[in-house]
Write a protein that binds this ligand. Sequence first.
Ligand code: DGI
Ligand code: FE
Ligand code: FE
Ligand code: FE
Length: 187
Amino acid sequence: MKKDEAIDVVRPHLKQERFDHTLRVADTAVALAEKYKESADQMELAAILHDYAKYFPLEDMRQIIKESDLPQDLLLYHHELWHGPVASVIIASEHGITDVNVKNAIRYHTTGRAGMNQFETILFIADYIEPGRSFPGVKDVRETAKTDLNSAAQMALSNTIQFLAGKQGTIYPDTFFAYNDLTMRLN
Ligand code: DGI
Ligand code: FE
Ligand code: FE
Ligand code: FE
């Protein structure tokens, strides 16, 4: 699928601000892909499609997860965690996207996972640091992404875990697995 086709696929499903976020993630991810020698075209495709399912009706997402090979424990956690896994299924079944990096980067873009490869890590970070983001600590993650992707991803995960725990939120296991895996790889 080409860039313009992907934009046509997602645009009707996104609010203007989410579409603008998507384009900023794409720019950020493509710049990182070029810097770290990943396919810029595949990265752009993954970025454009990453929030495709963000506003799908919850019942539709629940049904898609039930009928898929995705882990069913997703349904026990906050529905904010569903849109990446759901998008990864839909882009394959309805749009014929077979690229494993594109699918996995989209699937894990919210939580991360243990053993993320460099392609997945770039989309994960780009979603966190795109210029419209203003999370506490995002500037440090932006700086670190220039020299060390794993360290940047670890920082983003640390911030997210602290943010969620600080408001007594649940934390999906993959988020911890991603954080622990990167921490062990970095030491
Ligand atoms: O879709 P975006 O807003 O661009 O970004 P995202 O897909 O990274 O989603 C971020 C949201 O997901 C944010 O509100 C925090 C939440 N989140 C991330 N990891 C976890 C999580 N929520 C829970 N409950 N558990 C997690 O592990
Ligand atoms: Fe998202
Ligand atoms: Fe994210
Ligand atoms: Fe996003």
